[in-house]
Design a protein around this ligand. Sequence first.
Ligand code: ADP
Ligand code: MG
Length: 386
Amino acid sequence: MTAPSAESVAQGFRELYGDAPDGVWAAPGRVNLIGEYTDFNEGFVMPLALPHAAVAAVSRRTDGRLRLHSADIDAPLVELRVEELTPHSDGGWAAYPAGVVWALREAGHQVSGADLHLASTVPTGAGLSSSAALEVVTAFALNDLFDLGLAPAELARTAQRAENDFVGVPCGVMDQMASACGEEGHVLHLDCRDLSTRQVPFDLAAVGLRLLVVDTRVKHALGDGGYAERREGCEAGARALGVSHLRDVAHEELDAALERLTDERVRRYVRHVVSDDHRVEQVGALLDAGDVRAIGPVLTEGHRSLREDLRISCPELDLVVETAAQAGALGARMTGGGFGGSAIVLVEEAEAETVGKAVTEAFAAAGFTAPRVFTALPGAGARRLA
Ligand code: ADP
Ligand code: MG
């Protein structure tokens, strides 16, 4: 089952609140195909929406009460008042949907309460953006229920604001944009400087390919300083090169730019970011030309750059990429913030099972926790289901 059914979530809502919901909405998780740590450098990323999604049944309230419940965690109903929502109040999981209510109200929208019940199939903490799915499904539901008239990209920015300023996680806007704007059979080309987007055809099913997503079960924790350190190093690189962001270093100028950098660490980070921006453009061009299989080596090269230059991989992620290559995959790389989380593998549909099995066996042989492996096709972005 890739996403909870609208009916089952509506039924859960009825059992909890004693009435039918006003509607049911879905918002997917995502994986990033290419372009890592490029977002805060104002460069390019290319994520796709997964078939896995958060599904929320929601009713509008006008009395200021906000009631939140998740079918997936063993926690009681959370009851809040919209006018008392305070950033960083450590509401646990409920901070994600509550943060969206807060961010909408901060932006001047009249959101006067809601009852919400949700269930999600997006694995949590696997780098597949279960948090963005939660925020975006809430934002879409409230947008409809309160007639806010906001476009998907505006809802994505509101969701990001909820995560940054209410929950307190310094994420970029890619996850929310992918969840809000994804399209079946496409990847989203996102320019993180002006947030302009382009749907790039990525119809894996039509060309007999699949994407394997391998959750290594190594919990990524962006808060432990590794992310902040890379970010600081990139900013130092931009300063040393006299540009506002590394996006402004053209790929043709990369070698000359590297020669001007004296700090070995900063040089590696700059090389990763500028070359990964270039890889996003390469993948975009190949997909535009319908040459889907040719992106495989570009993905694998992206992994090498993340492992050797940015140094955010880990033995489990490296093992996925190595094993996949040996088992006949077209390409593979870690995806997301690194230090754990998930890897993606591009495979022929007929080889998907063999490659997945090879990875699972390699993990067992290495004494690692069994990975969670699933096949994915690019799915639809957030939408109303009922
Ligand atoms: P990721 O977004 O990579 O999955 P995060 O740490 O950003 O990881 O977000 C995970 C958090 O989101 C969980 O700890 C939980 O608070 C919340 N969350 C995600 N999915 C659900 C769910 N189905 N029910 C309740 N909370 C959820
Ligand atoms: Mg997240």
